[in-house]
Design a binder for this molecule. Structure first.
Ligand code: SF4
Length: 462
């Protein structure tokens, strides 16, 4: 029988960063002298914050003299950056962990570390449940883990490792961590702690560094990014966008994820006025019924949400692509409450909707309520909205046919067709041979479906 997980670890309960947790010293890996820098395999799952954390951790691993981002078979250490937002994300982590067991046993000295939200949520209990796991640490505070690697691998380390510059065009930049909201279904405030914003100059410097490496599109990330606040400089998200927009060589700027409460006119004005800020706005609504929103503790009404969307479209223009998150089957969701969500989706006609069936997260306020919508009903409601959204997305994209879009070419598919994204964040495909990765094109939309656009180049912008 696997050891039962506690509801929340002490760190998660107290919003404290989790210190490095290791096994008793006699169980620590006996590290052989490798005669080369140790190699670290990184794996992650979950939201864009984990993408950004992975990049940051890879840089820190290179700084202490290990080689990050190596193939698993060539690696000495595997690090799992985990997610706990939904139960199935945790199951995927456990599945990945099972795959690592034969890898670890195949060579003495190999080690497995686990970080990310599951590390904070479950803490030490993970070591009890997973006998092959060596380390648990908080990705926000990796110093203990890095110091442990340095100590164990001292004979194998030879100063910072220079990682070849990547040829990526887009990058995520985490500008704040944590969340001060307390949506009743959400585990994030427990595992990511209170909001903490990076100083504005530090973010700008990070973006400058990325642009110098060839990045052209940056997405500023925060769980609640529009509550960004550099108190010392009195800078909120609009001021941050203004500062990042001024970085020479940056072509496109996006931000994720916003809370409706902090979606203010100043933000919409910045979206309208700053040339790099793309015509895309992700504003999670979660539900289209006031009682349901109250039970979720979202702290706005449907009318208030609608007014925010209208204000954003008024400021930026009808081309603004809208996306949202919706949870179906939350505790006590009635037929009529669900109908409210359906009717809001029909009315606002989002370009993209991230739909999820509610799953209980232990330790949250909603976990004390009865999860009383049967799974079959949750699935039926989910499938109904998915089908409806497919039609809406197809109709929204059909409006693009005949118009021109700006396309940043990301890559070439196996069949030779270049693809990329528009400023509205739509995937678009060009004819074979029409463009190279890294180019910016003006293109005419000739065909569209619910998921993508087919375009013909009109002009090369950069
Ligand atoms: S705002 Fe988002 S991250 Fe924060 S508690 Fe609510 S759902 Fe979770």
């Amino acid at each position: 029988m696997p050891t039962q997980m506690p509801m929340l670890s002490d760190s998660a309960r107290g919003f404290r960063p989790l210190p490095l947790i290791t096994r008793a010293p006699r169980r620590e890996p006996q590290v052989p002298v490798l005669g080369r820098a140790p190699r670290v395999h990184l794996w992650h799952i979950g939201c864009q914050m984990n993408d950004a954390d992975r990049e940051e951790l890879a840089a820190q691993i290179a700084d202490i003299g290990c080689v990050p981002e190596t193939a698993l078979d060539d690696s000495d250490i595997a690090v799992l950056i985990t997610c706990t937002v939904r139960a199935n994300a945790e199951q995927k982590v456990f599945g990945k962990f099972r795959e690592l067991i034969p890898w670890k046993r195949a060579r003495p000295g190999r080690a497995i570390a686990l970080t990310g939200c599951m590390a904070v949520e479950h803490g030490e209990a993970l070591l009890g449940r997973l006998p092959e796991l060596d380390y648990v640490f908080d990705v926000r505070e990796p110093d203990g883990f890095l110091a442990k690697l340095q100590a164990l691998h001292a004979p194998n380390l030879d100063g910072p490792v220079i990682v070849p510059a990547s040829d990526r065009l887009s990058a995520y930049v985490s500008v704040m961590g944590g969340c001060n909201e307390m949506c009743t279904y959400c585990i994030v405030p427990f595992v990511r702690g209170r909001e903490l914003s990076r100083p504005l100059p530090e973010v700008v410097e990070h973006v400058e560094r990325l642009v110098a490496q060839g990045v052209r599109e940056v997405t500023l990330l925060g769980q609640n990014v529009n509550s960004y606040h550099d108190q010392e400089r009195r800078a909120r998200l609009p001021e941050l966008l203004t500062a990042v927009d001024a970085v020479p060589g940056l072509w496109r700027l996006r931000f994720l994820t916003s809370h409706p409460r902090n979606a203010v006119p100043e933000l919409f004005a910045a979206m309208r006025d700053l040339p790099t800020v793309c015509e895309q706005f992700h504003l999670p609504v979660q539900a289209g019924d006031n009682d349901l929103l109250r039970r979720m503790r979202r702290l706005y009404t449907v009318d208030e949400y609608r007014a925010k969307i209208e204000a954003a479209v008024d400021a930026v223009g009808p081309r603004l692509a809208l996306s949202t998150d919706i949870i179906v089957g939350f505790c006590g969701e009635t037929e009529s409450e669900f109908a409210g969500t359906e009717s809001l989706m029909r009315e606002l006609r989002f370009d993209t909707v991230h739909l999820a069936a509610y799953s209980v997260r232990p330790g949250t306020a909603a976990a004390r309520r009865e999860d009383d919508v049967p799974l079959s009903e949750k699935k039926a409601r989910l499938n109904h909205l998915l089908a409806m959204q497919r039609e809406i997305a197809a109709a929204r994209n059909a409006l693009y046919v005949g118009s021109t879009v700006e396309l940043l070419v990301d890559g070439i598919a196996e069949d030779g067709k270049p693809y990329g994204r528009t400023r509205e964040n739509k995937v678009a495909w060009l004819p074979k041979g029409a463009a190279e990765p890294g180019e910016l094109h003006t293109a005419q939309v000739v065909e569209a479906n619910a998921w993508q656009l087919q375009v013909q180049p009109v002009d090369k912008a950069a």
